[in-house]
Ligand binder design. Structure first.
Ligand SMILES: C[S@@+](CC[C@H](N)C(=O)[O-])C[C@H]1O[C@@H](n2cnc3c(N)ncnc32)[C@H](O)[C@@H]1O
Length: 184
C-alpha cells in the first residue's frame, strides 16, 4: 500500500466532495506536534472520511501510540472505517460513531496526551469543556480553523477570556490556523 498516493487520492476525493480535510501544512504540523510531544494517546473530534486520522496514525505509529476518533455522520464514519482498514491503520485508530457531545463523557478521564478538535465550529466550546477532563496534565489541545471561523467560535473565545485560559494562535497556512492550549 502506497499511503502517500492513497492520501493524495483521498484528498482529491475530499476536494471534489467538499469535505473540509486538513491542509498539507496542517497535517505536517500535527505530525510534528505528535513527535515533539511524544504523544502516545490521541483523541480526534471530527473524523470525516479519515484523511486527518490517517496522517495522525502515521506519526503515532512511529511513537508506538494509538488514537480514538469520533464522528456522528454515518456515511463519513463508514468511509473512514474503510479508509483506515485499507491503509492498515486499524491497529492504531479506534473509530467511534456517535455525537461527541454524548460520547466524550464515556471516555476515560486523564487518558489522552493530545486532543485535536475539528468538529462543528460553533460547538467548539462544548467539545473543549467535555474533553478537558480527558486530557492528562501537561497534555495539549490543538483546535482547528480558529482564524477563519472565529465568529462561529465566539462563545469559545469569550470562555477563554473569561476563564483566563492561556492560548496561542498559530497561522498554519494561507487559509487558516490552529489554537494550542496546554493543560497545566
Ligand atoms: C471539518 S470535518 C473533519 C475533517 C477531518 N478532521 C479531516 O481533516 O479529514 C468535521 C467533521 O466533524 C463531524 N462532527 C461535527 N460535529 C460533531 C459532533 N457533535 N459529534 C461528532 N462528529 C461531529 C462532522 O460530521 C464532520 O465529519
Amino acid at each position: 500500500m502506497d499511503i502517500q498516493q492513497f492520501l493524495l487520492d483521498l484528498r482529491a476525493h475530499g476536494l471534489a466532495n467538499t469535505i473540509p480535510n486538513i491542509s498539507d501544512e496542517n497535517a505536517r504540523f500535527l505530525k510534528d506536534m505528535i513527535h515533539i510531544g511524544g504523544v502516545k494517546n490521541l483523541l480526534e473530534i471530527g473524523t470525516a472520511n479519515g484523511y486527518s486520522t490517517i496522517h495522525l496514525c502515521m506519526a503515532l505509529r512511529e511513537n508506538g501510540g494509538k488514537m480514538t476518533s469520533i464522528d456522528y455522520s454515518l456515511p463519513s464514519y463508514n468511509e473512514a472505517v474503510e479508509n483506515i482498514k485499507q491503509t492498515g491503520m486499524d491497529d492504531i485508530a479506534t473509530l467511534i460513531f456517535g455525537n461527541a457531545l454524548i460520547e466524550l463523557p464515556k471516555l476515560p478521564k486523564e487518558s489522552f496526551d493530545m486532543i485535536f478538535i475539528d468538529g462543528q465550529k460553533k460547538r467548539t466550546i462544548d467539545f473543549f469543556e467535555l474533553s478537558y477532563p480527558l486530557l492528562k496534565s501537561g497534555g495539549f489541545f490543538i483546535i482547528d480553523d480558529v482564524i477563519k471561523f472565529s465568529e462561529k467560535m465566539s462563545s469559545f473565545y469569550e470562555f477563554l477570556a473569561e476563564k483566563k485560559i492561556a492560548h496561542s494562535i498559530l497561522q498554519i497556512d494561507a487559509d487558516d490556523g490552529v489554537m494550542l492550549i496546554v493543560k497545566r
